[in-house]
Design a protein around this ligand. Structure first.
Ligand code: TTP
Ligand code: MG
Length: 369
């Protein structure tokens, strides 16, 4: 008779979580090109007016053709102009992007039920019920096809056993990529990647690691925890876990959600109130769209700002009445930002709507969401 401990593990016990991360390719630029096919194949830059190279403000994003000239998000628009004066420069049309974003997220909800939307062009889905990476990969390819056919845009997708690995996977083969990292391939996927490919490791942290001779995620995995603790304090344990392929974090918001939020990390820490508020207003549009789709209103508006050096401040305001009026929420956020900002460069911003209520008093209860 087989010993209890040697009994083959049942298949369902071996099923690990399967997380999908989806990120649209050069999102704002792709929408502009979709709506004006003459731009296809050209370097297209979305952002402030370059004014023949004297303009202020930054690049929001650009097409992959423009990236070949070295242009990227958060670069001063004047620099982008000098790198490629014949590029097509287009001011952002936020309302259109928010609309396209909401169509995409609706499609994803239709496919996966609950999703975790994290930015205007990015979401996580839980495909654990597919049970195998073969089936999940098949679904991922279908999702890409549906977005292509119904929205006219490409995206890049990653599949992996946790949200952070899924995000790293989706980054690998942009644009129009599909990267699958089942648990068995996780270590060989992670080991050679540069330390900067871990979300949350910004340029500064990467430099700290590199100056200590830690260049790849494999190097972090081999590092003793004390060395990491000296560099990253309380973040060290999680970083070590991520590097050793042990992270298994799933979707953060599932089931009954009490709040909805968006966040944005600046590639280069920002000191421009126009850029910071512009980005927050884009998030507000996207969040208000989600409120409208779900026929709910928000009463409490919160802002999170992470400054250079990881100091994070949050502040919120509760309005007299629940709303989904963009102007009212923009005013609230502008006010919060003015109270919170002391000119320190900003690394990350987030906007959160909570106190979500339904217009129908019978349903006016958090348990409905
Ligand atoms: P990203 O997904 O970071 O960039 P992207 O979609 O343009 O390109 P990629 O193919 O590399 O994913 O951001 C989504 C949108 O957010 C982007 O189209 C424009 C906006 N954005 C800014 O306005 N400023 C920024 O610094 C960044 C990074 C993005
Ligand atoms: Mg994108």
């Amino acid at each position: 008779m087989m010993h209890e401990n040697l009994r083959p593990i049942l298949p369902e016990m071996m099923t690990e979580q399967i997380i999908l991360h989806l990120d649209m390719d050069s999102f704002y630029a792709s929408v502009e090109i979709r709506d004006n096919p003459e731009l296809s194949g050209k370097p297209v830059v979305i952002g402030a007016d370059p004014r023949q190279g004297t303009g202020r403000g930054v690049v929001s994003t650009c097409s992959y053709e423009a990236r070949a000239f070295g242009i990227h998000s958060a670069m001063p628009i004047s620099q982008a102009y000098h790198l490629c004066p014949h590029a097509v420069f287009i001011p952002p049309h936020m309302a259109t992007y928010a609309q396209v974003s909401s169509t995409i997220m609706q499609l994803l909800r239709g496919i996966a039920g609950e999703i975790e939307q994290v930015s205007i062009d990015e979401a996580y889905l839980d495909l654990t019920s597919d049970l195998s990476y073969e089936l999940a990969a098949h679904h991922a390819a279908e999702i890409k096809q549906v977005i292509h056919d119904q929205v006219g845009l490409t995206c890049s997708v990653g599949l992996a056993p946790s949200r952070i690995y899924a995000k790293m996977a989706s980054e690998q083969q942009k644009p129009d990529g599909l990267t699958i990292v089942p648990p068995g391939s996780l270590l060989s996927f992670l080991t050679p990647l540069p330390v900067g490919s871990i979300p949350g490791i910004g340029k500064k942290s990467a430099q700290v690691l590199m100056s200590a001779g830690i260049l790849t995620i494999g190097d972090i995995a081999r590092c003793d925890i004390q060395t990491l603790q000296d560099m990253f304090g309380s973040h060290a344990v999680r970083l070590h876990q991520i590097a050793r392929g042990l992270d298994r974090e799933g979707l953060r918001e599932s089931g009954k959600r009490k709040s909805i939020s968006r966040e944005h990390t600046f590639l280069k820490d920002s000191t421009s109130p126009d850029e910071i508020l512009g980005s927050m207003h884009a998030m507000i549009l996207s969040l208000c769209q989600e409120l409208a789709e779900r026929n709910i209103y928000s009463r409490t508006i919160g802002v999170r700002i992470r400054f250079t050096g990881f100091i994070t401040r949050t502040k919120s305001v509760t309005l007299m009445q629940p709303t989904r009026e963009v102007r009212i929420i923009e005013n609230a956020v502008d006010g919060l930002f003015a109270e919170m900002w002391d000119m320190t460069p900003v690394r990350l911003i987030g906007v959160r709507f909570s106190g979500l209520v339904h217009p129908d008093p019978v349903q006016r209860s958090l348990s409905d969401f």
